[in-house]
Design a protein around this ligand. Structure first.
Ligand SMILES: Nc1ncnc2c1ncn2[C@@H]1O[C@H](COP(=O)(O)OP(=O)(O)O)[C@@H](O)[C@H]1O
Ligand SMILES: [Mg+2]
Ligand SMILES: [Zn+2]
Length: 413
């Protein structure tokens, strides 16, 4: 049995003494003594300045009670010159160590982050150290925020945070005037984080080779992606639709007041999730209002809710278990491959190319390609699906339910 610690009446048993080592202190993994199913993190840091008052205030805010995805401390104590606090353990990997995810999943992940962030903004709290290392992604693609040590509060009594946050995330006013973190500087950092998650790169990549250049690129007031030459294989900004790029533009503004709020981003992501489009080149993207070409392969495309031609049929995929939906257009004679790359969350055992869907005359031809079996739901039961033709009346009215490995999807118009 590991070492026992009691922090303000909460008794815990250390299960991993070396969970994390940071600049400010160290973190240990533990479990609750009275219920070993509850995992915790114990963090110790040297007492300095007013960090004891700040730690108590943070516990008082009780962020963890507002959301299971806000892993703020629930108790704190002073032990031989150390401020020790205890917080819920967030299961998963940090954003940078997370497994590769499809584009739709990444949009969902960002949406989930905005939901947590919105709770903080509502309470007048800035996290103060938003960075990939402080966002833990669970296997199912939800995100927890950890490490609130550098938080800021609108409440005047709370002593100011002392750190600037991580350099690659820092807002211009913090770089230029060593300003303490604020709700507005968080808004900048979240935009950098979303850039890193959705485009899989830092906005300064390819534009800055050293800290001095980084500082310059991040303080121009312009979203650096706008001037960044795109390399082959990278996700173009055009894959993000209309709403998100507008939010990014505003988020990089020098004037903190112009940066979009958590709620604006949350609405932006929610709307974007409704317009994810899968092109038959296999890439998924958020469609814009005037989109005429796929941003990846440059083929002409027909997007739903735009003036429709009778040539392209717009199909919708719904994933009932997740409540997500995607759409794609198929011209007669065209095929699309459905698989892990474009279906997203929950598609872990689905192959990259699991099922091809082809349109021939008015019929649909489904062909199984994946490693684990596919099945089609018909007449009240599941049938193994190798290949099948669906007549218009079979898919046009109510659509069909298809199982790809362990993932059920609904395909219809
Ligand atoms: N609540 C938590 N849940 C899961 N892991 C945590 C938690 N708190 C800390 N860790 C782990 O310990 C590491 C360091 O803790 P953190 O609070 O981020 O300290 P630092 O100020 O050093 O960044 C984190 O990067 C993470 O791997
Ligand atoms: Mg950290
Ligand atoms: Zn394409």
């Amino acid at each position: 049995m590991g070492k026992q610690v009691t922090i303000d009446g909460i008794r815990a048993v250390i299960t991993d003494p070396k969970l994390g080592q940071g600049g400010q202190g160290f973190a240990q993994k533990a479990k609750l003594y009275s219920n070993s199913a509850i995992e915790l993190v114990i963090k110790s840091q040297a007492k300095a300045g007013k960090n004891d008052i700040r730690a108590r205030k943070l516990v008082e805010l009780n962020l963890a009670s507002h959301s299971p995805y806000l892993a703020g401390p629930i108790a704190t104590a002073e032990k031989s010159g150390q401020i020790v606090n205890i917080a819920p353990f967030a299961k998963g990997q940090d954003v940078e160590s997370d497994r590769p995810r499809s584009f739709p999943e990444l949009v969902e992940l960002c949406h989930h982050i905005t939901c947590q962030w919105a709770i903080l903004e509502e309470q007048g709290i800035a996290h103060g150290d938003i960075a990939p290392s402080n966002v833990i992604v669970s296997d199912d693609g939800s995100a927890s925020l950890i490490d609130f040590d550098n938080f800021a509060s609108l409440e005047a009594k709370v002593p100011k945070a002392t750190m600037a946050g991580q350099s690659m995330m820092t807002a211009p006013e913090i770089r230029l005037r060593s300003h303490p973190p604020t709700i507005e500087s968080d808004r900048f950092a979240y935009a950098v984080l979303f850039n890193m998650i959705l485009l899989r790169r830092h906005p300064s990549d390819g534009l800055a080779a050293n800290p001095k250049e980084l500082a310059k690129v991040m303080t121009t007031g312009q979203w650096p992606e706008r001037v960044r030459p795109i390399q082959t294989g990278e996700t173009p900004v055009e894959a993000m639709g209309d709403i998100l790029p507008a939010l990014f533009d505003a988020a990089f503004d020098i004037d903190p007041i112009n940066r979009p709020t958590a709620q604006q981003w949350r609405h932006g992501f929610r709307q974007s999730l409704q317009t994810i489009y899968i092109h038959n080149c296999g890439q998924a993207f958020i469609s814009g209002n005037k989109q005429t070409r796929c941003p990846f392969c440059q083929d002409y495309i027909q997007i739903p809710n735009q003036a429709s031609s009778n040539e392209t049929m717009i199909f919708k995929i719904r994933i009932p278990s997740l409540g997500t939906k995607y759409s794609f257009g198929l011209k007669d004679g065209q095929s699309i491959y459905l698989g892990r790359n474009n279906l997203g969350r929950g598609a872990a055992s689905v192959s990259n190319r699991h099922l091809s869907v082809s349109r021939m005359n008015q019929k649909l031809y489904l062909r199984h390609l994946g490693q684990h079996p596919s099945a089609l739901y018909r007449d009240g039961q599941w049938y193994n699906l190798k290949d099948v033709w669906l007549k218009p009346y079979e898919y046009q009215k109510d659509g069909v339910l298809i199982r790809l490995a362990n993932l059920d999807i609904h395909l219809g118009l």
